[in-house]
Design a binder for this molecule. Structure first.
Ligand code: KIV
Length: 260
């Protein structure tokens, strides 16, 4: 499809000043729907662990689970770029492990991978890029390191933290990422990074001064009981679903469905 969103197109969107829209999806039907809505990037996020699999955090999801769901998203053949999120322990242990995991994502239909971390990830990112798989960075509040960070909190209020996030963003860019997620980064710092980088910043909970925005699909649809404060619910899907199932149940009980 000539219309297909590629890494090259994402980079061009920054130079053209076009905002990039990224959203998560974890299965074929929702990948079709978000693609119909015209998003630029579908992230098969490790947030799936929490919003789909009932886990407390993102540490528990396996590479195998991420690959199965990446393949399901790829089956939708979306126009949007498919980014597979590398789960905890699938890349940090060394370049060979990281290359193998990234290669498996590509084999399962990912057109790029995302991994968390800054300066400490430079060699890992370089090795994956050398393998031929584009990498999206993720700095600021990195949920896979929530234990070390002491929870999910805004990063960059204090000067030393702001300087570290900027160093991290510049380091992953130098290593070869084509874009970088800034999560829960102080908006002034996110603005500074966006101005400094020649690749797009895609933000979540980091204010409006970014090249793009990402949200978790289940937050947008109202499916998460305790969404983060920066998320925006655009529809109350649970009430629509419950209403439909109630009508089905009523019709079965009244003998209306199925009809002759
Ligand atoms: O897993 C995910 O959904 C993410 C986004 C929050 C960026 O990493």
């Amino acid at each position: 499809m000539s219309d297909k969103v590629t890494v090259k197109k994402i980079l061009k969107m920054k130079s053209e000043g076009k905002k990039i829209v990224m959203i998560t999806a974890y299965d074929t039907p929702f990948a079709r729907l978000v693609d119909q809505a015209g998003v630029d990037i579908i992230l098969v996020g490790d947030s799936m662990s929490m919003v789909m699999l009932g886990m407390e955090n993102t540490l528990g999801i396996s590479l195998r689970e991420m690959l199965v769901h990446t393949q399901a998203v790829a089956k939708a053949k979306p126009r949007a770029l498919i980014v597979g999120d590398m789960p905890f322990m699938s890349y940090e242990l060394g370049e060979k492990v990281a290359m193998r995991s990234a290669g498996l994502f590509a084999k399962h239909g990912a057109e790029a991978v995302k991994l968390e971390g800054g300066e400490e990830m430079v060699d890992i990112i370089k090795s994956i890029v050398k393998l031929g798989v584009p990498v999206m960075g993720h700095v600021g509040m990195t949920p896979q390191r929530f234990l070390k960070l002491g929870g999910y909190r805004l990063v960059g209020k204090k000067e030393f933290e702001a300087e570290q996030v900027i160093r991290d963003a510049l380091a992953v860019r130098e290593a070869g990422v084509f874009s970088v997620v800034l999560e829960l980064v102080h908006p002034d710092v996110a603005k500074k990074i966006t101005e400094k980088l020649d690749i797009p910043t895609i933000c979540i909970g980091s204010g409006p001064h970014c090249d793009g925005q990402v949200l978790v699909l289940h937050d947008v649809l109202g499916l998460t009981p305790n969404p983060p404060p920066f998320a925006k619910k655009y529809v109350d899907l649970p009430s629509i679903v419950v209403d439909a199932i109630k009508r089905f149940a009523d019709e079965v009980r009244q003998g209306v469905f199925p009809s002759q």
